[in-house]
Design a protein around this ligand. Sequence first.
Ligand code: ADP
Ligand code: MG
Length: 456
Amino acid sequence: TWGLVREELVKRVGRNNYVTWIEPLALRDLNGGVARFEVPTSFFGDWVSRNFADHILSHMNTSGFAVDRVEFAVGQSSRIPRPAEKPAQPVQAPKPAPRAAAKSRADSEELPGAPLDQRFTFDSFVVGKPNELAHAAARRVAEGGPVSFNPLFLYGGVGLGKTHLMHAIAHELQTRQPHLRVLYLSAEQFMYRFVQALRERQVMDFKEIFRSVDVLMVDDVQFIAGKDSTQEEFFHTFNALVDQNKQIVISADRAPGEIKDLEDRIKSRLQCGLVVDLHPTDYELRLGILQQKVELYRAQYKGLVIADGVLEFLAHRITTNVRVLEGALTRLFAFASLVGREISLELAQDCLADILRASDRKLTIEEIQRKVAEHYNIRLSDMIGPKRVRNIARPRQIAMYLAKQLTPRSLPEIGRRFGGRDHTTIMHGVRKIEELMATDSQMSDDLQMLRRQLQG
Ligand code: ADP
Ligand code: MG
């Protein structure tokens, strides 16, 4: 299918280009040697056709599609990926020739891992407050010393750098200790390898390979939730490696305890090591990431000028997802160089209108909790914790109130994000603040300010 062919294009065009230009393409029609793709805007179609049509064409042909020509037309359904949306993960058949993540042994034996993105290194990872713990833990694992926590469990929302950090660990380990057998793959790939092994009656081989690695990294482990035999196998693999004192690194989009349909024994195993979360980015981190990217682009787009304030504007406005932030910058540079103009604020607003619009709506409960905690100088963990003293309970209620006001979440959903509180507790909190606002002018000033800050 196109989905599979498309993924292979990552290697040709690079990940950034892939995410920005290839992923949003929707194959609409393949007829008479013409492949028709739907694109979100005409500029987009223009750009893809200038820069990637040849790649797409030749790659489709080598993948068994008979195509002479590719066309791009503006359509409804394809669009720029939105922040906080899971990237589409088409169900894929097992790849026939898995590439090894680690070519560590001289012989031809290959580990069934996923290829590593060369750009996901520690050098290119910008550290800020929201990710400093995760980064430090990843660094520790990458030093390859004695195992000090097992597993390292990294979690956080989409596009916050989990995969980047895992690849960075793998790169670093391979540089420092080339003999190490480092296996990185997604939980989805783990499942497909396992299913394939079952089908081909090679389960013993499967077990042997997975239990003989020195470092196992499984990305997006939430994927195996609800997949019973895969969970089972994962559990045994996990235990076998821990018993041998081999390092395991796991990522997920949420904390172990929060993953639905994951067996309890696996949850508790995952909690045994070090669990760290990547928090949503803050303004400084986003600006740092943009500045770093601009440095990289300078070589590619010589002479392009960025007006003052553009990066600040983007860091301010595109708040949820680093991938979208990067995509925005990529598009901006491409567009500016296409039309030969300086990157001004107006150009950014025009060229990124869709992204900016999509970004506007996103405000997470966690951001609200963080902001309110900061404002009242309490710990974020107290927002979800059980303490009932007034100077903690009140800010917590304020955060509940703002969550109700500023996000589309229901009371039970909000309750869940406040440490599993009941929806009636949330309702009570919201009412309390409404009452106070009517009588307490300090409170209503505070709220107004918080709301302004949160909505930017
Ligand atoms: P996740 O796996 O958490 O969904 P990724 O690791 O795929 O997120 O990151 C998405 C994109 O954002 C990648 O291109 C990655 O390089 C970039 N990115 C995320 N965090 C950082 C960071 N702190 N510094 C530099 N790039 C980052
Ligand atoms: Mg990822």
